[in-house]
Design a protein around this ligand. Sequence first.
Ligand code: PAF
Length: 280
Amino acid sequence: MQVVRDPKAFREACEAARVRGERVGLVPTMGALHEGHLSLVDRARSEGATFVALTIFVNPLQFAAHEDLGRYPRTLEADLEACRSRGVDLVLVPEDGSMYPPGFQTEVAVGGITKRWEGVHRPSHFAGVTTVVCKLFALTGPCVAVFGRKDYQQWRVIERMTLDLDLPIEVIGHPIVREEDGLALSSRNRYLSPEERTRALGIARGLHAANEAWRAGMRDADALAAIVRGPVEAAFDSIDYVAVASPRSLEPIDGSATEAVILVAAHVGRTRLIDNLELA
Ligand code: PAF
């Protein structure tokens, strides 16, 4: 496994792989890797990638001033070991300052789909994500790029950007990996005390209950949201949103919906968690 700090060296290694005839897969991450990230590597392989590039970059552009950029977990040695054991071919860990050179003044911003839910609570977040993902796409030139569905709206936003800009990349959203008790894997779970971790299960419980109601025929968005809110309100300190939305547009559903996703963001202690479930 090759590890590079210089984005230009990363670009050259990806270019060399393409010239050799490899199908390049990209897994962009912010590090603090867990099984959820590593399952993205496996997914890239099962989508036919013969050369998997993974990036580790805690992207300052997608954090607001009051958010957790400073304390975001950084576990580089363990991350590289995990990548090695999962068969990643190339890792980019950009040197400080190398992703945004002095004078950087370009933003890639998607419209409508970024304005709801996360976009309301983190207004500059998605432009930070799409700007860096666009750069990573340009550096890598992948055939396929894999993102976790835990950041469900992010996945849909990146799909939209890729479609709108005619980027020749297949964007895959890989299902959430959960602990046995239902907690969605997240780098931010490391912030939780044992007591907060127990409380954090409220989201998975709420989502599961709403799915049962959906299976029993409930299609009323407010009623479904109320089912989720019950256990989340009981366990969390505050809720940013519980959204019952159409999976692709992320617009709220009406009673005739045949498919829906429930998205949740809530705070337990100092930690903000997000989770979601496609109803089926
Ligand atoms: O999902 C993440 O880890 C990040 O938002 C991403 C896609 C790597 C962009 O910084």
